[in-house]
Design a protein around this ligand. Structure first.
Ligand SMILES: CC(C)(COP(=O)(O)OP(=O)(O)OC[C@H]1O[C@@H](n2cnc3c(N)ncnc32)[C@H](O)[C@@H]1OP(=O)(O)O)[C@@H](O)C(=O)NCCC(=O)NCCS
Length: 172
C-alpha cells in the first residue's frame, strides 16, 4: 500500500519528550489506572531509552517535526514458550493532533517496523468497547477484529470490556 502520509515518521524518544509521556502516564483521567511513580519514566529512559527488543516506545512525529504522540508495545504471553508471545500495541496522540489520521499512520509504521526488526508473528491491540475512534483507527491500520475480552481491564473503579484486534506477519 502506498503511504498516504509520507511525512509522518516514527523516531526514538528524546529526553525532552519525557514530559509529554509523563502527562500521558499520570494526568489523563481517561485511563485512571492509578498513579505511576513520578520517576518511573526517567528510570526507564535511563535504562534503555524506552527501546528494548520486546518493549518500547517511539514518538509519532508530524510533517512539521512536532511530537504528535507516541506508539508503544509490550509482550503478551499466550503460552509458556517464547514463540507464543505477541506484542500488544498502544497509541496515544496529544489531543490537538487527533482525528487527522496520525494515529492510524503511526500504527501502520510501527507494525512495519516490528515485523522488520523482530521475529514476532502476532501484533495485537486491545481497546475499550466504547472507544470507537480507536477501533476505526485499528481497522484502517490493517488490524482484524477478533472479539470481546469481557471485564478484562480494571480502571476508574470498574471492569471494562475490551475489543481485541490482531495483525499477523503477512497480513496486508
Ligand atoms: C485513538 C487514536 C490513536 C486514533 O488516532 P487518530 O489519528 O486520531 O485516528 P484517525 O484520525 O485515523 O481516525 C479515527 C477514526 O475514528 C473516527 N471517529 C472519530 N471520532 C469518532 C466518534 N466519536 N465516533 C465514531 N467514529 C469516530 C474518525 O472519523 C476516523 O474514522 P474515518 O477515517 O473512517 O472517518 C487517537 O484518537 C488517540 O490518541 N486517542 C486517545 C487515546 C486512545 O484512545 N488511544 C487508544 C487506546 S487503546
Amino acid at each position: 500500500m502506498i503511504d498516504p502520509m509520507p511525512d509522518i515518521k516514527l523516531r526514538p524518544v528524546r529526553r525532552e519528550d519525557l514530559p509529554l509521556l509523563h502527562v500521558d502516564h499520570t494526568e489523563d483521567p481517561v485511563d485512571s489506572f492509578g498513579w505511576t511513580a513520578t520517576n518511573a519514566l526517567e528510570r526507564a529512559y535511563a535504562a534503555d531509552g524506552l527501546l528494548a527488543y520486546d518493549q518500547g516506545t517511539l514518538i509519532i512525529q508530524d510533517a512539521d517535526g512536532a511530537a504528535a504522540g507516541r506508539v508503544s508495545w509490550r509482550p503478551v504471553p499466550h503460552g509458556p514458550n517464547l514463540p507464543s508471545r505477541a506484542l500488544s500495541i498502544g497509541t496515544r496522540l496529544r489531543p490537538a493532533f487527533r482525528g487527522r489520521g496520525l494515529g492510524t499512520v503511526g500504527k501502520r509504521l510501527v507494525a512495519a517496523y516490528l515485523f522488520e526488526t523482530t521475529t514476532f508473528e502476532r501484533l495485537q491491540a486491545e481497546t475499550d468497547v466504547e472507544n470507537v475512534p480507536a477501533q476505526r483507527s485499528l481497522e484502517k491500520a490493517g488490524f482484524t477484529r477478533e472479539g470481546i475480552a469481557r471485564h478484562a481491564q480494571f480502571r476508574g473503579g470498574a471492569y471494562h470490556d475490551l475489543v481485541v484486534y490482531s495483525r499477523l506477519r503477512g497480513d496486508s
